[in-house]
Each structure stands twice: as C-alpha cells, then as structure tokens.
Design a protein around this ligand. Structure first.
Ligand code: FAD
Length: 329
C-alpha cells in the first residue's frame, strides 16, 4: 500500500524536498516544532515589525538554484537587496569590495518559505521526538506522546544534532549525521527612535564579538519599520557566553556595536536577543543528502553541503532525487 512521505522540518531544505516530491506526484506530510515555516530563515514578529534574526540574505552560485531564484523573484517572494556594505577590522570601517548579488524574502525573510509551503499539509507546533517502525511502515511520535502515520518514507530535514536523534532506528546513518557538529550564534535586535547617522546598511565584522550587523528596515519591503539593527555574534563569543542572561547579551553586543559603527548610538527603545543553538554547521560537506534507502529513512539540510541557504535548498533537491531513484529501482 502507498502511504505519504513524512518530512520533519519546514526550513528551506524540507520545503525544497517536499516541493520536488510533490512535483513527482507523491503525497507529503510536513511537521515542524515551530509556529511557522522557515527555521533559520524565519522572521520574528515583534512590536517593531518582523525581524530577520537568522539568515540575512542569500547568494546564488548553482545553476539549478539560480533557476529557482528567478521563479521566486517573478512570484514576488524575494527581491534583490543592494546594501551599502562595509567591512570592519581593527576598529576601521571601509566600504566592502564584495559585489555579489544578494536576495532576501520580502516583506520578510519567511515570505519565501511561506510561498514554498503553499497548500502542502503541515502540522506546526509539533515537536517530533521519535521515528519508529510500526507493523510495516514508519510512524512518528510527538512530545505529547501522539502518534502519526503510517508513512512509506521519512525525510528528516532538521539541524544535524536533532536529526541524529530522530534517526536512531538507522544507527549507521545516525552516526554519519552525528559527525557534523553545529556552532551556536547569539543574535540581537536594537531599535532606535531616530535613524543612526551612518551610511552602513550591512557590515562584515572582525576583531569583535560581532561578525555581522545590518539595518533591517533598509531591506526591501521593510521601510515602514523604525531604525532597527540586527547584530550577530560570532560562534567563538557565543560559545563563551552561551548561557549568559539575554539582557546581558544585549548590553555586551550593544557595546560592541557602538564601538564599531562610528557614529553616536543612543540607548535603544526596543531590544531582544535570540540564541540559535544550532546556527551553522562546522565545515562544509559534499554529501548532497544522506540516506538508508533500504530502510526508507533520509536526511537533508545545510549541514550536508555548504551551511548556507543555497546549500540547504540543494540538499532538499538531492534527498528527493535519492528517494525517487530508490522508489523507481
Ligand atoms: P533549518 O532552517 O534549521 O530548518 C529545520 C527545521 O526543523 C526548523 O524549522 C525546526 O523548527 C525544525 N525542527 C527541528 N527539530 C524538529 C523536531 N524534532 N520536530 C519538528 N521540527 C523540528 N545562510 C545564508 O545563505 N546567508 C546568510 O546570511 C545566513 N546567515 C545566517 C545567520 C544566522 C544567525 C544563522 C543561524 C544562519 C545563517 N545562515 C545564512 C544559514 C541558513 O540560515 C541555513 O543554512 C538554512 O536556513 C538552513 O536551512 P535548513 O532547512 O537546512 O534548516
């Protein structure tokens, strides 16, 4: 008998896989522990508007990804972001020479994953804790003990540490997945009553707790927001201060930002901190996706490739190809 394919995770990798499987005529059922889609591309709704606290933009190198990006642009889900970019090193700010084309979801990052999700069946606020084999098929169990299924195959599209736990029924696959460590990142948003007097829209930062700062309201579709900046701490600093209270994280990163940006930075009128426990994979891999096809268990995500949005999308395509090839064989 044919049952749907379960996909755990509605980040860009899970949605890429779901779209490709559906286009091949297969039925999918998506699950996510979050309240909406996007994962690390999600946007947090706040009193100062929706803020991109994870992925800031994405770039495009692969031809297949370039084709998808054009379609998303034509549908109005994304727009090109042309920031005034700077580099900061040793306390000196300089215009950046980086001229890559950068894309962002509009009017918020999650507009892209929302568009990709479309009308696919999904359960949000559903944390899957176990993937287990029922009589003949796969079943899922959530944190409340509720079971879902049966499914013919399961695609796990979460960060590697979470995926390794969910794939315990396939020990070899789980151990490959577990070999990819992920680094944490603190992100902080600060809003100011008056726009800061700086030409900077985005800045790559060295020699600081910060690695990136950008003006959220300077991105396409966000002009109505007050002057809000998103600051991202580097992994080294985040590891050191992983359990610091949020108000102290805000204070320290505010100080680093004020030192770096080269203009007067008043007290913010709004601030928040968010900790990405599994922010970025350590290193890049050339796996595409991983699978135990004979068992019907599959894994994809940015950690299989480049640790970027493009890598996550390509990994979702790769997992769908693997699954379709196995079904055809
Ligand atoms: P995710 O987006 O993490 O999706 C996984 C999904 O699985 C999530 O929605 C999660 O809720 C869900 N999930 C996890 N466990 C469970 C469970 N047990 N049950 C149900 N659901 C579960 N990339 C770029 O290209 N450009 C950038 O500028 C950039 N900046 C970044 C800045 C930061 C601070 C961070 C953290 C990342 C950044 N990235 C950037 C990386 C980019 O965000 C990721 O590569 C990409 O979004 C990963 O997509 P994914 O689908 O593989 O995983």
């Amino acid at each position: 008998m044919t049952f749907p394919i379960a996909i755990i995770g509605t980040g860009i990798a899970g949605l890429s896989a779901a779209g490709a499987l559906r286009a091949a005529g297969l039925e999918v059922q998506l699950f996510d522990k979050g309240r909406g889609s996007g994962g690390r591309m999600a946007s947090k709704r706040t009193e100062v508007g929706a803020l991109d606290l994870g992925a800031q933009y994405f770039t495009c190198r692969d031809r297949r990804f370039a084709e998808a990006v054009q379609q998303w642009r034509d549908r109005g889900w994304i727009a090109e972001w042309q920031p005034s970019l700077y580099d900061s090193a040793n306390g000196t700010l300089r215009p950046s020479q980086d001229e890559q084309i950068r894309w962002i979801g509009t009017p918020r990052m999650s507009a892209l994953t929302r568009g990709l999700l479309g009308d696919m069946p999904v359960r949000f606020s559903c944390r899957i804790t176990e993937v287990f084999h029922g009589k003949q098929h796969w079943m899922l169990q959530d944190a409340d003990g509720k079971a879902y299924g049966p499914f013919n195959q399961v695609v796990v599209a979460t960060p590697s540490p979470q995926a390794a736990q969910l794939l315990a029924a396939a020990p070899k696959l789980a151990s490959s997945v577990a070999s990819v460590a992920m680094e944490p990142n603190w992100a902080v948003a600060l809003s100011f009553e008056q726009p800061l007097d700086t030409p900077v829209d985005g800045c790559f930062i060295q020699d600081s707790p910060l690695e990136w700062a950008s003006r959220n309201h300077g991105k396409p579709g966000r002009a109505s927001q007050p002057d809000t900046w998103v600051l991202q701490a580097n992994s080294r600093w985040t590891r050191q201060y992983l359990d610091l209270a949020k108000d102290q994280v805000i204070e320290q990163l505010y100080g680093a930002f004020a030192e770096m940006i080269g203009c007067t930075v008043p007290e913010p009128v709004f601030s928040l901190a968010h900790r990405w426990l599994y922010g970025r994979p350590v290193g890049s891999h050339g796996w595409g996706a991983l699978a135990d096809s004979s068992l019907g268990l599959y894994a994809c995500g940015d950690w299989c490739l480049s640790g970027r949005v493009e890598g996550a999308w390509l990994s979702g395509q790769a997992v769908a190809r693997k699954l379709l090839q196995h079904r055809a064989s």
